[in-house]
Design a protein around this ligand. Structure first.
Ligand code: ADP
Ligand code: MG
Length: 148
């Protein structure tokens, strides 16, 4: 038996029902273990045709997406508060790689557990494990709990 502890739990939120379920697990586990939760939502954007020639439009789009993501995180905060669980959160904007940002954030937070859904917003029912979940499970430096 090891004496590994869960003290810093990262939960990855994309607004999907499964990520909400992951948040529920994270909060109840954090409550039981007296752990802290760091919730993260990554907003990915690219300069697509729709935005060509209009930086202002792209910036507006990103800002809107970040506001939506912040709301998801705020609702996890409410749940954490109700359970007296310490909480912080971050919206991260990236042009490149969502799983990489989640893993980097978890490292920053010295996370000893990442909680996430098996699937997310893309949600192809036939896919058993989404691409973000798969990459995080494969490359994270700590245990990962995938919720189904
Ligand atoms: N942009 C994101 N920011 C934070 N967490 C995310 C993001 N995308 C996915 N996740 C996490 O990964 C889980 C699995 O999602 P994903 O692998 O993207 O599956 P899908 O392909 O069905 O969207 C989600 O339930 C969520 O916990
Ligand atoms: Mg996805």
């Amino acid at each position: 038996m090891t004496n590994e502890k869960f003290t810093n739990i990262v939960v990855a939120i994309d607004g999907s029902d499964l990520s909400k379920k992951a948040a529920d697990y994270a909060v109840s586990l954090a409550k039981e273990k007296n752990a802290k939760i760091s919730a993260v939502a990554v907003v990915k954007f690219h300069q697509t045709d729709a935005f060509r020639g209009s930086t202002a439009t792209l910036e507006k789009f990103i800002r809107k997406q970040a506001e939506i993501a912040q709301k998801w995180l705020d609702s996890v905060r409410t749940e954490a508060d109700e359970n007296n669980v310490r909480f912080e959160s971050k919206v991260i904007k990236t042009r490149t790689n969502v799983p990489e940002e989640i893993i980097k954030y978890a490292k920053d937070k010295r996370s000893d557990l990442i909680v996430m859904g098996t699937r997310g917003r893309t949600g192809f029912k036939k896919v058993l494990l989404g691409s973000v979940a798969s990459a995080v499970v494969t490359h994270a430096g700590c245990p990962v709990m995938v919720i189904r």
